[in-house]
Design a protein around this ligand. Structure first.
Ligand code: NAD
Length: 270
């Protein structure tokens, strides 16, 4: 077992968008490391219940929490339910995200707003609620050296411009500055804030990019390490950033991308 089951013992985590892909894997990994987990979802309650059921069946603690992360009232209600269930929060994984792709000149305001509301405003709303609780409760040295940990799911597209995805790239660039700014602001209170920038990870969000051998071969040209990532590549990084093993890591983006940000186009020229 790669994750030590005592690592996050006594801690509570909330993972947004935890009934699919990277969020689901993160919820499972945090539970395996000993955390009680809030499994947020907005659609597909059955899959959220399955994640909760599997965690409970392995003697973990979890609860499914429905909320649209872009809706302030729903986010605040979700945190209240989490506190009723588990008392407090130690770890927030700001993971929920989506794409609404379009050529720039065809992009509708709705496509723009949907992506910014979920990917950026959603992270703001959840981080704010978590930070308020971290501040109220403070550090419990027997639990963690930090008053709380926030892990923001960004993307290599916080750095790499992406044609036909202006809304998505802008949202992730925003996540980078949101993360760094609140890390600067909240660090003195021992609130630790970091981001993970995944490269190409096999999940429903990018199914078409790896679903056929031709598509996968095309994608591999962009990955120096020559494999497409899997959700466990990211969930292991989430557990590390949520634990005291990374206690001096603050305000950093951890790229987990098989080298996608190494300008692979220059490998054979330039
Ligand atoms: P996914 O589609 O499997 O999961 C996204 C989750 O977010 C789903 O559970 C979805 O229901 C949820 N969600 C969407 N809108 C929501 C809302 N309003 N409120 C609450 N939940 C909502 O995709 P994934 O690949 O697991 O994506 C997870 C995160 O990782 C996203 O932020 C995405 O941008 C990021 N990411 C993914 C990749 C990749 O290659 N898969 C790469 C870089 C970044």
């Amino acid at each position: 077992m790669l994750v030590h089951e005592q690592l996050l013992r006594g801690q509570t985590a909330l993972v947004t968008g935890a009934n699919s892909g990277i969020g689901e894997a993160s919820a499972r990994a945090l539970a395996a490391a000993g955390a009680a987990v809030g499994v947020n979802y907005v659609v597909n309650p059955k899959q959220a219940q399955k994640v909760v059921g599997d965690i409970v069946a392995s003697r973990g603690r979890a609860v499914a929490l429905q909320a649209d992360v872009g809706n302030e009232d729903q986010v605040q209600a979700m945190f209240q339910t989490l506190f009723k269930e588990f008392g407090t929060i130690d770890i927030l994984v700001n993971n929920a995200g989506l794409q609404r792709d379009s050529a720039f000149t065809e992009m509708t305001l709705q496509q723009w707003n949907t992506v910014l509301t979920v990917n950026l405003t959603g992270q703001f709303l959840c981080a704010r609620e978590a930070a308020r609780e971290f501040r109220r409760r403070g550090v419990r040295p027997e639990i963690s050296q930090a008053a709380g940990k926030i892990v923001c799911m960004s993307s290599v597209h916080q750095e790499i411009p992406w044609a036909r995805h202006a809304n998505y790239a802008a949202s992730k660039g925003g996540v980078k500055m949101l993360m760094e700014t609140i890390a600067q602001e909240l660090g003195p209170e021992r609130i630790r804030v970091n981001a993970i920038a995944p490269g190409a990870i096999k999940t429903p969000i990018n199914h078409d990019a790896w679903a056929t051998p031709e598509a996968e071969a095309d994608l591999l040209r962009l990955i120096p390490y020559r494999r497409v990532g899997v959700v466990e590549d990211i969930s292991r990084a989430v557990v590390w950033l949520a634990s005291d093993l990374s206690d001096y890591v603050h305000g950093t983006t951890l790229f987990v991308d098989g080298g996608m940000t190494l300008f692979p186009g220059f490998a054979s020229g330039g």
